[in-house]
Design a protein around this ligand. Structure first.
Ligand code: DAT
Ligand code: MG
Length: 139
């Protein structure tokens, strides 16, 4: 076992709906430690780097546009197995069917928009976490 770090983003829908505090509270309540926190207007350059794995997919451009539509809260959380722990808290990608009790399942749904507005991003592996932390926090 080793302590990990993960990148958590509260996407523009979460910030606009004033859910930032409620979302961060769930992560802290689970026992993870907030290491860094900031509110940012992401640039297209940062988002293209962040979502490089999805370039060319049909949802890529609407996803980037959505992420440019308002401020984002970016955080680094630390703890044992925090990467999979946060993804478990977040729930599955589609908020309509994400399990109740998860962030996406409790607060999200399909709003009829082109992109899934699913409130949060969490890194999916130790390699992604270090890459994404570098993109958003430069370290
Ligand atoms: P996750 O955010 O659960 O890791 P992902 O990395 O596969 O999911 O996709 C990144 C984001 O892109 C996701 O949060 C929402 C959007 N997305 C994924 N698949 C999509 C689809 N089929 N249609 C629209 N948006 C999608
Ligand atoms: Mg992902």
């Amino acid at each position: 076992m080793s302590t990990e770090r993960t990148l958590v983003l509260i996407k523009p829908d979460g910030v606009k709906r004033n859910l930032s505090g409620a979302i961060l509270a769930r992560v802290e309540a689970k026992g993870y430690t907030l290491a860094e926190l900031k509110k940012v207007d992401a640039t297209r350059e940062v988002l293209e780097e962040h979502y490089a794995e999805h370039e060319g997919k049909p949802f890529y451009e609407p996803l980037v546009e959505f992420m440019l539509s308002g401020p984002i809260v970016a955080a680094i959380f630390e703890g044992e197995r925090v990467i999979e722990g946060f993804r478990s808290l977040a729930g599955t990608t589609d908020p309509t069917t994400a399990a109740p009790g998860t962030i996406r399942g409790d607060f999200g749904r399909d709003w009829g928009t082109a992109v899934q507005q699913n409130l949060v991003h969490g890194s999916d592996s130790p390699e992604s976490a270090e890459r994404e932390i570098g993109i958003w926090f430069g370290k």
